[in-house]
Design a protein around this ligand. Sequence first.
Ligand code: SPV
Ligand code: MN
Length: 625
Amino acid sequence: MSNNDDYMDILTGNLDKTDLEKLLAIENPAVHRFVADAIDLCKPEKIFVSTDSEEDIAFVRRLALDRNEEAALAIDGHTIHFDGYHDQARDVARTKYLLPEGLDLGERLNSVERAEGLAEIRGFLAGAMAGKTVMVRFFCLGPVDSVFSIPCVQVTDSSYVAHSEDLLYRHGYEQLRRLGESGEFFRFLHSAGRLADNNTSADVEKRRVYIDIAEEMVYTSNSQYAGNTIGLKKLALRLAIRKADREGWLAEHMFVMGINGPGGRKTYFTGAFPSACGKTSTAMLPGESIVGDDIAYFRNIDGAARAVNVEAGIFGIIRDVNPTDDPVIYDVLNKSGEVIFSNVLITERKPYWLGMGCELPSAGYNHSGDWTAGAKDADGNEITASHRNARYTVNLARLANVDEALNDPEGVIVGGIIYGGRDSDTCVPVQQAFDWAHGIITIAASLESETTAATLGAEGVRKFNLMSNMDFVAIPLGRYIQNNLNFGASMENPPPIFGVNYFLRGADGKYLNGMLDKGVWVKWAELAAHGDVETIETPTGLIPKYEDLKRLFAEVLKKEFTEADYAEQFKLRIGENIAKLGRIEKIYRAISDTPQLVFETFAAQRERLEALRKDKGDYVNPMEM
Ligand code: SPV
Ligand code: MN
């Protein structure tokens, strides 16, 4: 790395006058050193330093089109970006923590010894920007000038990445200037690497996401897919989890939304779901308001749990977005204004995707290149019209139901927390935990989900995913659970915790619930959070009464909810619940720092389940509890 004496020489020798002035106006030598090191390592041809000005932002937007990283679509402001055929999701296996000497991250976290990892990734990045323009951008995680704010500097040779960040994050150049010499910040260095003819990353076998804990910095090489490259998204979440651990707050993979209750009451909820399990569509439910759909920071402020959306936009899964199930976002995707589509099908400059609610064209251009229906890839797999993890990127201000508290530096008071996974056979559609610790342990830390297209690898495999944050936890797992337990214990009235399951299936394999039924579960949770509905106590938690759901289904969805629906959906599946406890307990037995309370809480839950089974058998009708 460049040492203290020569970093100014690197900057003055490589930046032109205006860019140098923009950079030096942030009077933080650590920022200068980071940029100088990136230039020295990656050897870009040109350097563009972006302020928060509309002119600078427009430059990046234009560059994405000029360099064919994006192409304009028929509707004004819409563009399409393609990632490489083998670069369509987060690469969990090649995302690693760089372990400084003496640091132990415990079991299950993917890491590599720091010196070795640095040598590898810096080797891939050496000279990687030759002939390209690099962009230096400044953003802020969380609202600007808030106790939650974390300033960030992104250096990337992808104008698609820089453009996406513009829609997804709050601008942070001015904030870093205000912070002067002292500001601490996260740093991200990304190169898409050598590009193929269609401008996608050519060397995906050299794709790496390496998190340098010691420097609060993340390196990405040879990828364009946003989940690997957009520093402020999941890369920053990993750094934030470590910072939160040091400072006594929480960084979670959660939406933040307002749920409208009776009499004009609004209660803010946060919710954690693994990728592609309904998190965004819950956050966007028609009739409710959205603060954020992916990442939240929590702090105990004056005895209340307060949360902010870390982001200012949405990088959402487009599959199944249609006018019936997701009217709010469907509207945005069909009118003028800035939208980046990625990995959808294009014909006649129009985007098409799986599940959009109309017939798809039989030919066009997609993530595989020129495509016709039935086409197969080199491995003989059918190429779908759009990728199952195809996405849209928009700023939250575009949504009709964006919440007025989006940029509140104090965040919102959290009135309830929801956890959900893709679970075909075990948990009921909605239940409330007995208390904070019971919720954290038996719902949040016991979350399992069947895998989806959001990460590389097979789909539909049941996987442990604590707090839906498993891919991002950057501290030993037991410690992470303990931090969550402590957070609730630090307040007199911690928010109630709920578990939901949108993916229960019947004996015929069909889903038992419609896509919009989640609108009822959240309304019920809002009422339960205020003690406005009675509940039925079961061994796994508190479930709704039939009458309340019948009324809510009629009110919210104008739909009949029969006693038979209730009995089938809310029957307690005792064998499945005990089997799940066994799977999860086995995982925690192998994690050395698991808090003892986890095992005690599992034991108590198992006892309750077994006692009921003795009395009533394997499946218990909710009416009989
Ligand atoms: C997720 O996969 O959880 C996402 C998209 O929100 S990304 O992490 O950016 O790939
Ligand atoms: Mn996510």
